[in-house]
Design a binder for this molecule. Structure first.
Ligand code: ADE
Length: 252
């Protein structure tokens, strides 16, 4: 999978994309993530990407022409990438294959996402849908807003929840994390197994964190406001009886 992120604040992706599992996924070439500075497509040398709102009002609005230039630039790149990453065998030449070839090219077409509080709510089912795409492009709007016409040149508007953040960077980091962990090979199959069986209407954490887990120490003692409190591990987990443990976990 290839992911392109267009932003005015590339440094905001520091930690989330350069640490832990997402970093490892990139090092293992399971996913390629590239961050682009939106000002590279600015309308002038001063790096202007926004303008005053028509009709008046406060703040500056992200320009549609700048975003269009950025997206077409990346789409061109994507065609080049798809030729390299998904070569179509020229040994097979019948009409059926021609159809397949077309499908593959279509598959490689970038799916462009605009994070906005007015978008469709992001959930685990949507993460699964996005994880099947070959190429995702995330556009991060910032400041006071964006030209409404930008919505007509993206594939989908997505919200990560009913609250307003200062920009699209944090929502994009959240979505990339949720999507990349579903890319085959990023985490082990066993960890994903429970999820793939979960119902679509189920809250994902119900199925991801299957049952309560415990580790050492067996007895944990603490003192809170002078009161001694003892927290123990459920006896069944220490019993060595695997059948009973399995039953207990299922109940949980
Ligand atoms: N941009 C600002 N707030 C957002 C949210 N809740 N979801 C997606 N994008 C946003």
């Amino acid at each position: 999978m290839r992911i392109d992120i267009i932003t005015l604040f590339p440094k905001m992706f520091g930690g989330p994309l350069t640490e832990s599992m997402i970093s490892r996924a990139q090092k293992r070439d399971l996913v390629k993530i590239k961050i682009h500075q939106l000002r590279d497509w600015a309308i002038n040398r001063r790096g202007q990407v926004d303008d005053k709102p028509y009709g008046g009002g406060a703040g500056m609005i992200l320009r549609v022409d700048v975003v269009f230039k950025a997206l077409t630039g990346l789409k061109f790149l994507s065609q080049k990438i798809s030729n390299i990453q998904y070569p179509i065998s020229n040994k097979i030449q019948n009409s059926k294959t021609k159809k397949l070839t077309k499908l593959k090219a279509n598959e490689a077409k970038p799916y462009v996402i605009l994070p906005t509080p007015s978008g469709t709510k992001f959930d685990q089912a949507m993460a699964r849908k996005l994880a099947k795409k070959k190429h995702l492009v995330f556009l991060c709007p910032h400041y006071e807003g964006y030209d409404k016409r930008i919505e007509s040149i993206v594939s989908e508007k997505i919200s990560i929840g009913d609250y307003v953040l200062t920009g699209g960077e944090l929502p994009v980091a959240v979505m990339v994390d949720a999507v990349v962990r579903l890319v085959p090979g990023v985490i082990n199959k066993e960890s994903l197994k429970e999820e793939s069986f979960s119902r679509k209407d189920e809250r994902p954490f119900v199925s991801t964190i299957e049952y309560p887990q415990y580790t050492r120490p067996e007895i944990f003692e603490m003192k809170i406001r002078g009161k001694k409190i003892k927290k123990t591990v459920p006896a069944v987990l220490l019993s060595g009886n695997h059948k009973e443990i399995e039953k207990w976990r299922e109940r949980q």
